[in-house]
Design a protein around this ligand. Sequence first.
Ligand SMILES: [Zn+2]
Length: 1081
Amino acid sequence: MKLGRHFTVFGSAIFCVVVFSLYLMLDHLQLDHINNPSNGERFENGQLGILQDKIDHLERLLAENNKIIANIRDSVINLRPSVKDGRGFLEAGNESQVLVVPSAPLIVPIDLEDCQFSSQTYSKAADTVQMLDVYDLLSFDNPDGGVWKQGFDISYEENEWDDEPLQVIVVPHSHNDPGWLKTFDDYYRDQTQHILNNMVVKLHEDKRRKMIWSEISYFSKWWDNIDHQKKDAVKKLIERGQLEIATGGWVMPDEANTHYFALIDQLLEGHQWLERNLGVKPRTGWAVDPFGHSPTQAYLLKQAGLSNMLIQRVHYSVKKHFASQKTLEFFWRQNWDQQSSTDILCHMMPFYSYDVPHTCGPDPKICCQFDFKRLPGGRISCPWRVPPQAITDDNVQQRALMLLDQYRKKSKLYRTKVVLVPLGDDFRYTEAQEWDQQFNNYQKLFDYMNSHPELHVQAQFGTISDYFEILRKNVGMDKVGMSVGLSPFPVLSGDFFTYADRDDHYWSGYFTSRPFYKQLDRTLESHLRAAEILYSLAFASVQKFGKPNNYPAAENYKLLTAARRNLGLFQHHDAITGTGKDWVVVDYGTRALVVYNPSEQTRTSVISIYVTTPHVHVLTAHGQLVNAQISAVWEDVSHASTELSFVASVPPLGLAVYQLCKGAEPQSELAHYMFLKPALGHVKTILMVTDGNNNILNASFSLEFLINFDLWMSEGRNVLLLQTLKLKEDGSKHSIKVEFLCYGTTSKKDKSGAYLFLPDGEAMPAVIRVTKGPVFSEVTTTFTHVTHTLRLYNIHGVNGQAVEISNSIDIRGEFNREIAMRITSDLNSKDRFFTDLNGFQVQPRRSMTKLPLQANFYPMTSMAYLEDSGRRLTLLTAQSLGATSLRSGQLEVIMDRRLNQDDNRGLGQGVLDNKITANSFRLLLELFNSRENTAPFSYPSLLSHISYMYLNHPFMPIVTSLDSTVLALAPYSPLSSPFPCDIHLVNLRTIQSQVEGGPSEQAALILHRKGFDCSISTKNTGLLCRTTGGKIHLEKLLTELKVISLIPVSLSLMHQSPRGPVEQEINLKPMEICTYRVHLA
Ligand SMILES: [Zn+2]
C-alpha cells in the first residue's frame, strides 16, 4: 500500500492505544484516505467525538464491574452473621494464627530436587530455532523486495507438483473486534448479527462452503437472540464441519499486556460456554490481529487441549527470514521445556496483513483482484487500481491461472505441498450479496482448477482445522500429535516481540499507552480472583453446613459471571483503573474492619485507610492494641487528610478482624514530617540537607538520598532522588539512582533524543517531603508532572525486603511527550536484561544498537530485572508498561505517553485522554553467588514471586458496622498451612451448572507451579513457606472442608486428563499450570 511515512508514524500513535480494535479504524481510514483524500479532515472530527464516547462508555462499564465485584465480596462477608446456629463456617478459624507475629526461619527449607529445574544446563537440539539467536543473526535492513515489498522474488518449476498435487485450503473468516469506533453492542447490531444470520443461510445453500468463527463474546450474544430452529441449523453446520469455532476464547486477546490469569479466565469463559451450548471442543487457535505473539498463549492453548495454532503479526524481518528458511511452520516449544511436552504446531502467516490482498500470495495487486467484495460498483475497491473481475466462462481460465500462480508461490515458503489461504477481513460477510460474490466466484475458480488435471492442484474451501488435518496427513503425522521424530517441522522457542509491520514502525508504544486503564485492569483481576475464591469457599461451606435463607448464591453467581465477561472484554481494550486506597471513614464509635488475604501465603503487611480523625486506634478482634501510625495524605502541598496505617497479619485466603476505635486514648503514633524546598525567587539560596536527615531505613536496609538543590538549580541535574541503597546484612553499598526523563515524539528522529525531565523555570519547584513513622518511612519528591515516592516498611519479613515506589504522573498539559523512569545502578549487566511475559515466564532480552530505540522496548507485565555476577536488581510492577535497558546497569520504564496530531491524520488524538495515573512498583536487590548465565530462560527468586503477590494482590479491607445485634465477627482460616512457596492458586472458580446459569457444586481449581532461581539466597527473607517438590495434599491443607472429588482436566475443563481420574495428592511439574475439577463440601 502506498502510504506516506507520516501516516505510519501517526498511525502508530493510535495503534498503541488499545489492543485490537484500532486496526479496524486505521484500515477504514486508510481506505477512506486512499479513495477520497479530501474526506480526511471531516472524518477526523467525528472520530474524536466517537473516541471520547467510547472512553466514557469504557469507564462506565469498569465502574459497574467494580460495583459487581464489591457486591459479591460484601455478600460473602455478610454470610457470616446470618449463620444462626452459632457455628457459622467463618468461625472455624484458628484464631491464634491471626495474632502470630511471624518468626521466620532464617532459611526457607528447599529440597535440592526443587532446584534442579532452574539450574539445568541449556542444550540446543538440531533443527531448533531460538528467537534470541534469530535476533543476533538478522541485520534488520529493509530492502525493497519487489511485489512482495518486505520479502523476495519467489520462483518455481512448472513440474514441481506433477507427483504430488498442490492442495489449496481457502479459509473464509471474519474478524470481529469488540469495537472501538462503535461499542460492542453497536457492532453487534450493525454488523455481527447479520454476518452470523447470513452464515446460517449461505452455508446451508452449499455443503462445500466453510467458515470459521473465534470471538465467543459475539457468538454467545447472537445465540441468545436466535430461535431453536436456527440453533439447530447452526449445530448441523458444526456437525458437518462447515462451521468451525477457532480458539473459542471470549475475545482474541492481546498477548503483550495481558496477565495469564486473565488470558485463562477469558479462554475458560468461552470454552465453558461452548461446552454448555454447542458441545464443541476447539482444536486450533486463530490469532490474526494481536500486535506480537507470546509463547504464554501457545502454552495455554496447548494446556487447553488445542493441537494447532495460527499467528500473523510478527516482525517483517523475522517473517522474511523464516520464509527463506521455510520455518514459517514449526512446533512452538516453551523455553524451559527440554522434551516436547509443550509443543504445539504453529503456522505463521508470511505477509503484511490478514486481508485478502495479503493472503493469496506474494503480490497484493493480484490478490486484491480476488477479493470479490471489491468488485466495481461496491463500497470498497483495490488501492492498487486493478479491480476484481467476476468469474465467467470467458475469463475463468486466465483468472484461475493467475490465482494459481500466487498459490504456488506462497506454497514455496513452506515445507509441504499444502497451502493455507485465509479469505476474509474485519467484519466481512455482513451482506448476503457478499457471500454470493465470494463463494460463487471462488467455487468457479476451484471447479476450473480441479477439473484440469494438468494443473496438479486440488483447491477447496476449508476450516482452519481442515487445513491442519490435511497438513498433518500430508507429512504422516496423526491429527493431534506433537513433534515426532520424522516431523518435517522445526522446533522454535522464544517470543515475537516487539512487532514491526513496516520500516521502523515498532509497536512498543502500546505497552504503555493509557496506563490508567492498564492499572485498572490489574486491580479488577485481583478483585475478581478474590471474589471467585471467596465465593467458592463460601458456597462449599454452605453445602456443608446448610444454606442460610438469605444467602444469595445464585444471584451472586450471576454477578460473578457478568464480572468475568466484562473482564474478558477488557482484555481486548486494555482497561484498568487506579482506584487508590479504599476509603474507610471512621465517623462514629467503633467499626469492624475485616481484612481479606487473597494470597495462599500467610501475610504480614500494612493496611492503610483514610479516616476522618487522627484520634483513632486499632485493636485486634480480642482487644489487643495494634501498632499503628497516623499520617497525612497530601492532596496538594498545603492540604492533607488523615491516613491510618497498621500492621495486619492474616492467614492464607483467610479473614482477620480488627476494631477501629475513635477516641483520644490510646493515641496512635503520629508520623514526623520534614519539608525541603528551595526558597522561591532565590535560586541561589539553597537549603542543604545534612547527613543524618537524608536517609530512611528499616530492618533490612537504608536508602540514601543526595538532596542538593544547588546542583539541581545551577546544572539542571536530577539530584533530588535516590542515590544509594545500603544493605544492613553485610553493610554493602549499592549505587541505585532514580531519574525521570522525557521523550519527545514530534517526529521519528526526536524519539532518540531523550532528555532529562525537568520542570521549566516558571513551574513549581520541586518539593521534598520526608515522612518517618513506626510503620513506614518515605521520601516524596514532587515535580511538575511527577510525584515520586519511595517507601520502606518497618516490618520484618517480605514486606520489609523491597523498596516501594509510587509515581503519580500527570502529563495532561503536555503534548508529544513520553515520561520515563530510569533506574541507573552499578550492576554490570552489559546489554542483557529480562522482562516477563504475561506474568507467567521470564524472557531474556538483549538491547541492540542495530535496532532503533523503540524496538528495544518490551512489554513488562509483572517484572523486569538486571543482573551481574553477584547481584540481581528486580523491578516488580503493578501494571503493564513498556520497559528496556539501554545501557549496562540501567532499567527504563515508560510511565505515560501523550501524543497529539500534527498533520492531517486524526488518529493521534486518541492518546490525549490521559488521566492522573498512579503507578506502583517494588524494587528488590538480591545477592547471589557468582555465575555466568546465558541460557534462554531465567527465573525470579522465591522472594520476588511472593513480593509480586504483595503488590498485585494486596490485602482487601472491608469495613462493616459493629452492630450489637449481629454476632461478633470471627476470624476465618480455611487453610491449615500456607501453600508451598512455589505453588500459586491461580483461581478457584465455581463452575456454572447446566441449568439456569447458576452455580454447580464443582469448581475449577487452577494451580501454577512457578519456576524459581535457587542461587539467590532465601536467608532472612521472611518467607514462611517451604517447597515440596510440586506436591500438594489438598485435603490436608483444608481446615474443615472435605475433598469430595478431585479430577485432573485440561486447562479450560474440556478434556479429561490422561493423568488419571482421581488424585488426592496433586503433583505439578515446574512451570506447569494445571486445572482440577474439584468438589469441596
Ligand atoms: Zn482486531
